[in-house]
Ligand binder design. Structure first.
Ligand code: SAM
Length: 425
């Protein structure tokens, strides 16, 4: 029995049919007696190439098979095209055997027949004249997502954006409250964990699937992307409010960088506040307090109180689809309402800042309607604020009058936006 294929199918089944998160499901199974990197590759590969695999497989049947059978076939096709260490005959055998052990047993002959066609049929792309369908299949992204990009950027830009492959290593921040960076690196060396330097002295790129299995290092690092660290590094002052804070990445890094500041970390959901509390306890941070608060409702206790308000607003998350391909798996994301909420939160936050203080507004999306349009709309009606400089620490970004968008193919980071506003009267 091929344990890797078996486990990959179990994880994928939960992701596809029980709305589980791939990363969380994978972490539950990280044991040493299995090639975990291979399982991870297959799980993320199938999710990432879902649309392309669907398109390819559809030539082998008239009526789409049951969804669990289809998932098994996608896994087979993915392995055939991408995993050299599992020969075709083994892939077909193992997956047919796997089907026999489950309620897919009645479909074993169908599965066998389709997988045998897979191993002899090359993949070909659809006609290039239908730009949306062509890009959707080539890059395995839903058509609604392709159209959204084509509506906002020109064709060449969209192709470059979609062609960009970010490093598969994970960017982590060392918890310098508990360990010195050199000491942490020494521990990685001792354990044979691969790493590369980051632009920040307190961060590294690591092979995360190896690191996460070393439970004794758990409190000494945290996964955090470069743009998210840039947000915290642009926060100034000792009284800081983070209005949309969970799970606490930016608030806790802000508090780590400046031990004498006091950060109030709010979120609308109690269960998400718990994530911040667990995070700060794990990293031994004592200058963050959590508070249940709805950012869309004015809170008079906060009025004119803060040197800086961090506004990492709820957003479509479309800048991180490469790192979280499961985001696009489900139906079209509903984000028509988001700009209204973002604008409202920004308006309310502006009342909490002291004169001379600032707002650091960020999203993990590259769509102008959630980014520069929100800031520009805000400035039209708030004449006591102006855009002020965001330090990007030399990470290349597109600058529009001081507003910074990080496009993956330009910045080599996840897609992100940061705008900083200063209250001057
Ligand atoms: C992008 S996430 C924040 C990530 C966080 N800043 C970090 O660095 O870890 C947005 C957060 O906003 C919260 N949220 C959504 N609507 C909100 C509201 N009306 N008031 C406060 N928080 C809200 C969500 O629960 C979510 O935790």
């Amino acid at each position: 029995m091929n344990k890797e294929l078996d486990l990959a199918y179990q994880v994928l089944n939960k992701v596809y049919f029980k709305k589980a998160y791939a990363s969380i499901e994978l972490n539950k199974h990280s044991t040493n007696d299995i090639n975990f990197n291979l399982v991870t590759k297959i799980v993320y590969g199938v999710i990432d190439q879902d649309i392309q695999l669907n398109y390819y497989l559809s030539q082998f049947y008239k009526k789409s098979p049951k969804k669990d059978v289809l998932l098994l076939l996608k896994m087979g096709a993915y392995v055939h095209f991408n995993v050299d260490s599992i020969p075709d005959f083994a892939m077909v055998n193992e997956l047919v055997e796997l089907s026999k052990r489950t309620y897919m047993r009645p479909y074993k002959s169908f599965i066998n027949a389709v997988l045998k066609k897979v191993v002899i049929t090359p993949f070909s792309l659809p006609d290039i004249n239908n730009k949306t369908q062509f890009l959707s299949i080539k890059f395995s992204k839903p058509e609604w997502y392709i159209n959204l990009l084509l509506n906002n950027f020109d064709y060449g830009f969209v192709v470059s954006l979609l062609s960009c492959e970010l490093t598969t290593d994970t960017h982590i921040r060392v918890n310098t409250r508990l360990v010195d960076v050199k000491e942490f690196i020494q521990k990685l060396d001792e354990l044979g964990i691969q790493y590369k330097p980051s632009i920040f002295e307190d961060a590294l790129y690591v092979d995360y699937s190896s690191l996460v299995r070393q439970k004794q290092l758990n409190n000494l690092y945290t996964a955090q992307g470069i743009p998210s660290m840039i947000v915290a590094r642009n926060v100034k002052g000792n009284k800081v409010l983070d209005l949309c804070s969970a799970p606490g990445g930016k608030a806790i890094y802000t508090a780590t960088l400046n031990p004498s500041c006091e950060v109030i970390a709010c979120d609308i959901y109690e269960h998400r506040l718990q994530l911040i509390n667990e995070y700060k306890n794990r990293l031994n941070i004592d200058n963050v307090t959590t508070l249940l608060n709805d950012a869309t409702i004015f809170n008079p206790q906060f009025e004119n109180m803060f040197d800086c308000v961090i506004l990492d607003v709820p957003c479509s998350g479309l800048g991180v689809v490469d790192k979280k391909p499961d985001l696009l798996l489900n139906n079209q994301l509903k984000f028509e309402e988001l700009p209204k909420i973002q604008a409202k939160i920004l308006d309310i936050a502006s009342k909490y800042v002291k004169i001379g203080g600032s707002i650091v507004y960020s999203t993990c999306t590259i769509l102008p309607q959630e980014n520069e349009n929100i800031i520009n709309g805000f400035l039209n009606s708030h004449h006591n604020y102006k855009i002020t400089c965001v330090d990007t620490f030399k990470v290349p970004s597109k600058d529009e009058c001081g507003l910074k968008t990080f496009y993956p193919h330009i910045s080599h980071t996840e897609g992100f936006f940061i705008g900083k506003l200063e209250r001057y009267e």
